[in-house]
Write a protein that binds this ligand. Structure first.
Ligand code: SAM
Length: 273
């Protein structure tokens, strides 16, 4: 069986994008194939896709050598349309109806007798993009890799180097835990309907060595304090966590400001608290 085009599918099911679900669809398979090619390879691995919507990115993922695609979609209107993919791809595709913020990925994989490891690929709904990224970075379950579409501003924050205008808490946490790279930019007009801002795809690959849970918690704490008052010198903003003594122990000049401190230096601070 051949699948109808994504536009035909949407029309046949009478579906329109809903703003409340952050729906901006990619209906050009050349674009979704490019995202998947840059984010891969996924050979023999499971991929979890968040927010498949009409399934443009899903179709590109199903064309790869991934062993299985498990999608999580919150908007129940799309479940029937997505079910059509089973007529071509059988059990290699499965959709879970639910909120990705609440899904326990490890449990979802184990319940399906799948290995507990999977890649995450998503054209993320803008309203939950950052919380979902924080969940996958710091939560108890880590993906093998993440290939994520964000609004450009968030993508730039993830990859920003120390000293850059976009450098902040998200840059530090993401870069301590992952190798982060911007893979491609996408203008707003690539989406249906077009959002107000441009987008970009970021790849995040977890580093081989992961700090202990307690150190990650401290990293969240110290970056919140430092960037919460980013204009202040660190000896003032970090006072409740040890101030000048802590900074000196970590070999950081107490008069520096948060944006001058590298991810590795923040990690050092987190391990000394
Ligand atoms: N992947 C599709 C594409 O690229 O055309 C749709 C992307 S659209 C930006 C975001 C999708 O995420 C929508 O299908 C939306 O219904 C879904 N979504 C929104 N919030 C969600 C959540 N908390 N959990 C799971 N899916 C969600």
């Amino acid at each position: 069986m051949t699948l109808p085009s994504l536009r035909e599918s949407l029309e046949a099911h009478g579906l329109m994008a809903k703003k409340s679900f952050g729906q901006h669809f990619l209906l050009d398979l050349n674009i979704t194939r490019k995202i998947v090619r840059l984010g891969g390879p996924f050979d023999g691995d499971v991929v979890i896709e968040v927010g498949p919507g009409p399934g443009g990115l899903t179709r590109a993922l199903l064309e790869t050598e991934a062993s299985k695609i498990v999608a999580v979609e919150m908007d129940g209107r799309f479940i029937e349309l997505l079910g059509e993919l089973n007529s071509v791809y059988g059990e290699r595709f499965e959709v879970i109806e639910g909120d990705a913020m609440k899904v326990n990925e490890m449990q979802a994989l184990v319940d399906r007798s799948l290995p507990p490891l999977a890649h995450i690929v998503s054209n993320l709904p803008y309203n939950v993009g950052t919380p979902l990224l924080i969940k996958w970075l710091t939560g108890p379950w880590q993906p093998l890799s993440m290939t994520l579409m964000f609004q450009l501003e968030v993508a730039l924050r993830v990859v920003a180097p120390v000293g850059d205008n976009d450098y902040g808490r998200l840059s530090v946490i993401a870069q301590v835990l992952c190798d982060c790279e911007k893979l491609m930019d996408l203008p707003a007009r690539a989406f249906t309907p077009p959002p107000k801002v441009d987008s970009a795809v970021v790849a995040l690959k977890p580093k081989a060595e992961r700090p202990e849970k307690a150190i990650i918690k401290n990293l969240e704490k110290v970056t919140a304090a430092a960037f919460g008052q980013r204009r202040k010198m660190l000896r003032a903003s970090l006072k409740p966590l040890g101030g000048e003594a802590l900074l000196e122990k970590a070999g950081i000049t107490p008069t520096e400001r948060a944006e001058q401190v590298s991810p590795q230096e923040f990690l050092r601070l987190a391990s000394l608290i």
